[in-house]
Write a protein that binds this ligand. Structure first.
Ligand SMILES: Nc1ncnc2c1ncn2[C@@H]1O[C@H](COP(=O)(O)OP(=O)(O)OP(=O)(O)O)[C@@H](O)[C@H]1O
Length: 553
């Protein structure tokens, strides 16, 4: 084979995959494997133990799911009785739910032959027991939950299990699962194929590797942690708390930010502070944090992925996310009940996210990478805008050093040009609205939301039972109303729009909707130049068109 041929990306149909898998891949619209899939799938089909290390959003889930499904389909030809063949472990409930979803997508043409269940939801063990008795081909769960079923005798892996996958392996120990994993090993058969998937090769991953893998191949792609600059743009803007709020609200009200957006903050309280702040400007958002019931978190992410919401405010509190934080020594003692098996920024596949906004700058470089990794996934474009206070300057430099790609010394972070003095009226309004969100209002909102979502959760359960195909009845972006809504804040009168943006936002044109002005087609060249010079206006957003379509239908 010539070098040129060697470099050509392989296609899925050249991997000797079952036709039913190929049809499912075609339905997903995946034209060719991602780099990690191209390398990992053939090795895994050969039956090797593999440690898969590739950047976040690079398609690791399908890299292990495709060979698992292929192997099950092959063994079905010979097998005489139904058995559990694969166990997929992941550190959070959301991830388990997501992995199960990917397996279901990939087996839509052979859903009778390959059955997969997710045992992560915290229902009574006896509820899941009948599902396990049927011996699904693939079981997905967190280590703790899987161990509970093994101990209860609901699950027996010794005889039939052929494959074990640990996804987000770098998180497994930091989520406090070290003991469970060690104990789980006692329930495994002597011989099985093992796969570890991880975005980093931390010491925890190395320890897991020696525990679980036998003579493994380490597949470590020499690539940066995040998508390249051609796909993912990083902006930063120096601002202090009050100005951050004013800028955020003007960006959203002036439609300078379009498409699906995740606003990241560092605490659960801040999630609600931002929600209540934006609520006053009639900007609906839904929140995502470790206090909400797991079913609701999964449902919110699903609905966001379907384009039902535009904005999620998510907190990735350090106590849960920091790989350095052990179970015994949480970063901050909190009386509030948090779900250990929750992960907001890690591994969750928020689809078609156009923007990540770091309202609070992440607390370390890993958190930045995981947040930024929620956009520009697969082959999509994305942007990250980080608000940075002066005291966070050093942290920004650290992140910059870590993610600087390649040889050139060019800064990764572009400065987002924003003239604060042009949004003086927004600042004035934002100041009032921010002050209105008192600690009491936040506390009430937090309680109200949790109560509402627990109620939703019960509704959701019976609803799912009756309508398994339709998930869209519950919205999670309703106003909480613990702050008095001032109607005038919802409107954007022409006089508060910066003169340079009037023609672009269309707010000057009475009675006309503004968004049409962002349509790239048919705009004059001068408009195009202005737009191009404004970094946020030059972003590409895919989610917006979809949403508009949905609203029109
Ligand atoms: N071959 C492909 N072509 C196009 N898109 C793909 C392909 N494979 C996966 N994707 C899409 O890429 C996105 C990211 O995939 P996935 O969640 O598996 O990444 P990951 O590497 O596991 O990321 P993380 O480390 O954050 O969990 C998903 O939306 C998935 O649908």
């Amino acid at each position: 084979m010539s070098d040129e041929e060697d470099e050509k990306p392989r296609h899925f149909h050249e991997m000797e995959l079952d036709d039913r898998i190929l049809k499912a891949i075609a339905k997903l619209g995946w034209l060719q494997p991602t780099m990690i899939q191209e390398k990992a799938i053939p090795l895994l089909l050969e039956g090797k133990d593999v440690l898969v290390r590739a950047r976040t959003g690079s398609g690791k889930t399908a890299a292990f799911a495709i060979p698992v499904i292929q192997r099950i389909l092959c063994s079905k030809k010979l097998a005489t009785e139904q058995a559990i063949k694969a166990l997929i472990l992941a550190p959070s409930k959301e991830l388990c739910h997501q992995i199960c979803g990917v397996v279901k997508d990939l087996t839509y043409k052979c859903s009778r032959e390959v059955r997969c269940i997710d045992i992560a939801p915290q229902v009574d063990l006896s509820v899941q027991k009948p599902l396990l008795v049927e011996k699904p081909d693939i079981v997905v769960g967190t280590p703790a939950r899987t161990l509970q079923h093994l101990k209860a005798g609901n699950l027996n892996l010794k005889k039939s299990l052929e494959m074990v996958v640990v996804d987000e392996a770098d998180l497994v120990f930091s989520f406090g699962y070290e003991d469970e994993i060690k104990e789980l090993m006692g329930y495994m058969p002597k011989i099985y194929q093992a796969i570890l998937a991880s975005a980093t090769l931390s010491n925890d991953v190395k320890n897991l590797k020696s525990l679980i893998l036998h003579n493994p191949v380490t597949l470590k792609l020499e690539e940066p942690d995040l998508a390249p600059a051609s796909q993912l743009t990083h902006y930063h803007l120096y601002a202090e708390e009050m100005d951050k709020a004013a800028i955020l609200c003007s960006l959203l009200k002036l439609h300078l930010i379009r498409g699906k957006t995740i606003i990241f903050v560092n605490t659960v309280d801040k999630c609600y502070k931002i929600k209540l702040f934006l609520e006053q400007f009639a900007i609906p958002t839904c929140v995502l944090n470790s206090e909400l019931p797991a079913a609701i978190r999964c449902h919110s992410v699903n609905q966001f992925n379907q384009g039902i919401y535009d904005i999620i405010v998510a907190s990735d509190e350090k106590s849960l996310e920091d790989p350095g934080t052990k179970k015994e020594e949480p970063a901050k003692k909190s009386k509030r009940k948090k779900d250990k098996e929750s992960g907001v920024s890690r591994g969750i596949d928020f689809q078609c996210v156009a923007n990540v906004i770091n309202f609070d700058f992440p607390q370390d470089t890993q958190a930045y990478i995981h947040r930024a990794g929620r956009t520009a996934r697969g082959n999509n474009q994305g942007s990250v805008l980080s608000f940075v206070s002066l005291k966070e300057k050093q942290l920004l430099e650290k992140v910059e050093k870590k993610i600087r790609q390649g040889e050139n010394d060019e800064s990764v972070f572009k400065t987002y040009q924003f003239k604060l003095n042009e949004i003086e009226a927004f600042r004035y309004r934002a100041k009032d609205a921010w002050k209105a969100v008192t600690r009491i209002a936040v506390r009430e909102a937090r309680l109200k939301e949790i109560k509402m979502e627990i109620f939703n959760c019960q509704k959701l359960k019976s609803y799912f039972e009756d309508n398994p195909t339709d998930l869209n009845i519950l919205r999670h972006d309703k106003a909480l109303h613990t702050v008095k809504i001032q109607q005038h804040l919802a409107d954007v009168p022409e006089y508060i729009v910066p003169p340079t943006l009037k023609s672009l936002t269309g707010i000057a044109r009475k009675g006309k909707r503004k968004r049409e002005h962002f349509n790239t087609s048919g705009s004059s060249s001068s408009k195009f130049e202005v737009k191009k010079s404004n970094p946020l206006l030059s972003m590409q957003f895919e989610g917006f068109k979809k949403k508009k379509k949905k609203q029109n239908t």
